[in-house]
Design a protein around this ligand. Structure first.
Ligand code: B12
Ligand code: SF4
Length: 554
């Protein structure tokens, strides 16, 4: 588990400020250190009473945030969030015999400004279904504490531990289950989630897991939790045929941030988001599975297909959240929002009319579908306030795109970038906020040649308002390429499946070259063939960092 709290106060940044999972957000911020006596005093406080230091720092950040909000929105900017905090002070409920452990990195719900603050829809959905069936579960979280001791304190005295296990939380789930068994020798550990679907063998081999559900859990969760003895150790789950059957998530069943500052920023049970739109953010899902088969992802091979959530339901859920909490922007968490033109046309028609406000939103598409339906895309951007378009470009080179089975070409990527540049220019000329492009890009892909990587960085340079999320390819279980590399023993990231450009992921890849590339040592090569304007445009990650900031010692 990586350390999250960095000491503020040293001059300049350091490699550990590079983003954790490719969002482009730093782990922490650094500020120039004041010299002289103030600095010595601060150092002394920090060393002798670190907890007091942390608390003061947290409240100072919060005061700064409050000041900014008042400047931007007047008193409204603080009264709403403060009301949300007051509302979230809940009375303790009677203790349940079962506990659901929310998984994620330590401290993410204390003081972290990254994707780790996003809430888990799997947990939210299944706990809502349980609640509606009258089955209580308590909630614990690894994100609201900083140590395993903190986790241990939450797990004592229960009959059942329930977890949604993803590949990137598997090692955490295994350790939590072992602690639970030690504290509650007769307790049962009941698991499901994406990792159970893609790596059942690893889950089965972990004897602290008493039940492993390899699939969706909507239709079985109530029986499983109330009559676990009637289920075998490993079994296939059962999901809804359509997302229309999903109840609205009761968001108060999500873990509450454990610091006042993050409670304020989130306006829990809404979320703080990643700066794609104004806070507070409502996250929603409109579709469950992406039908493409990219070899590094390939969701359709392990998530059963299901009907998309009707447009009206999505909008009504947002309106209900707005009535209850007041939302300012939306993140549509779908892997692939820009699919099913008939659904999209309905969204185009209804969102501007039926939603209380056409809140700006973040949603993802693919370059090939943008090329297939460019008019629909443009209208959605302009008329529904699709303010941050996320596209998985991945590479700027055809041979690599073919290897990734991306079903997209260099030319389609270029067309999409040009279209988004043009729409943004026109919006800017009309005095509107221009659309921004969140672009997912991979480097260090096995088989990629230096010239391919150069073309990828060149492609990023052509994005006028782009925020690249740059990852080093990481082999994931569940994907065709991931399986192959794991089987060939070339996977170097056993355990934590992260894709940051910090460390080496696959044996045989020349990471030295990629570090040179990020440090700018091949900039002259990248500049070849670019227009003067593109050449001069710096690549900026969304926290202001440069590619060079991403380089960390392997
Ligand atoms: C939204 C999302 C995110 C969001 C929010 C994550 C969050 N807090 O939940 C963000 C953007 C932060 C994110 C980040 C990442 N994500 Co993501 N993300 C998704 C996405 C698109 C939707 C997740 C979701 O809400 N699904 C809907 C819910 C209802 O499904 P569910 O949680 O799986 O739960 C169902 C079943 O699994 C089951 N179930 C779950 N728990 C339990 C428990 C029991 C007891 C039972 C019986 C059943 C059961 O029933 C539920 C209902 O059907 C999925 C893809 C997808 N389509 O699912 C990828 C996905 C989960 N992410 C993935 C990855 C790899 C990541 C990153 C590691 C990427 C990276 N390298 O940077 C990071 C990790 C960040 C971090 N450390 O937190 C992978 C995980 C692969 C795997 N094998 O586990 C997925 C599957 C995408 C993919 N195709 O590769 N992600
Ligand atoms: S990478 Fe994107 S487009 Fe490809 S299968 Fe995964 S979600 Fe779908």
């Amino acid at each position: 588990m990586k350390r999250r709290l960095r000491v503020i106060g040293r001059e300049g940044g350091s490699p550990s400020d590079a983003p954790r999972w490719g969002t482009g957000l730093p782990r922490s911020f650094t500020a120039p250190a004041p010299d002289g006596r103030v600095r010595s005093l601060k150092d002394a406080v920090r060393q002798r009473v670190p907890n007091l230091w942390k608390t003061v720092r947290e409240h100072r950040h919060m005061a700064r945030d409050l000041g900014r909000e008042v400047q931007r929105h007047g008193l409204e900017g603080v009264t709403k969030p403060l009301r949300a905090i007051a509302r979230s002070v809940s009375r303790p409920a009677p203790r349940s015999p079962r506990v659901w452990l929310d998984l994620g990195d330590f401290g993410d719900l204390i003081d972290f400004d990254d994707a780790g603050t996003f809430q888990d829809h799997g947990l939210g959905l299944l706990r809502t279904i349980l609640k509606q069936a009258g089955v209580s579960t308590d909630l614990a979280s690894t994100r609201t504490v900083r140590t395993w001791e903190g986790v241990r304190r939450q797990l004592r005295g229960y009959d059942m531990l329930i977890m949604n296990v993803r590949s990137y939380t598997y090692s955490q789930a295994a350790r939590a289950a072992a602690i639970f068994k030690e504290l509650n020798p007769n307790g049962r550990v009941v698991t499901g989630g994406m990792h159970a679907a893609v790596s059942p063998d690893e889950m089965i081999a972990t004897d602290v897991f008493d039940h492993v559900c390899t699939g969706p859990g909507e239709k079985i969760i109530v029986d499983l939790v109330t009559r676990p003895e009637s289920f075998p150790r490993v079994f296939e789950g059962q999901g809804a045929a359509s997302m229309a059957e999903w109840p609205n998530i009761d968001r108060t069943l999500w873990p509450k941030p454990a610091s006042l500052r993050l409670q304020y920023k989130s306006q829990w049970p809404l979320e703080p988001g990643l700066g794609w739109g104004p806070r507070p953010v409502a996250t929603v899902l409109t579709s469950r599975v992406c039908p493409w088969q990219c070899s590094f992802c390939n969701e359709s091979s392990y998530i059963p297909n299901m009907g998309r959530r009707p447009v009206e339901q999505v909008i009504d859920e947002l309106n209900a959240l707005d009535d209850e909490y007041g939302i300012n922007s939306v993140v549509i968490h779908d892997s692939m929002f820009f699919q099913h033109p008939s659904w999209l046309k309905q969204w185009l028609e209804l969102y501007p009319k039926r939603a209380h406000r056409p809140w700006p939103y973040w949603a993802a598409g693919r370059a090939d579908t943008v090329c297939e339906w460019p008019d629909l895309f443009e209208r959605l951007v302009r008329e529904t306030n699709w303010s941050t378009v996320s596209i998985g470009f991945e590479s700027g080179s055809d041979p690599v795109l073919r290897m990734l089975n991306k079903q997209v070409t260099e030319a389609e990527n270029a067309f999409t970038i040009e279209l988004i540049n043009r729409i943004g220019d026109e919006q800017e000329r009309a005095g509107e906020e221009p659309v921004t492009l969140w672009s997912n890009v991979m480097l260090a892909i096995p088989g990629e040649r230096p010239v391919d990587a150069i073309k990828t960085v060149r492609m990023v340079k052509t994005m006028k308002r782009g925020t690249p999320s740059i990852a080093f390819y990481a082999p994931y279980p569940g994907s065709a390429l991931g399986h192959q590399l794991i089987a060939e023993n070339k996977n170097l990231i056993q355990g934590d499946h992260e894709r940051n450009p910090h460390d080496e992921k696959v044996a045989g890849v020349d990471y030295g070259f990629y570090r040179e590339l990020l440090r700018g040592e091949h900039d002259a090569w990248i500049a070849e063939g670019l227009s003067a304007e593109d050449r001069a445009r710096p690549i900026r990650l969304n926290w202001g960092g440069t590619l060079a900031d991403l380089v960390q010692k392997a």
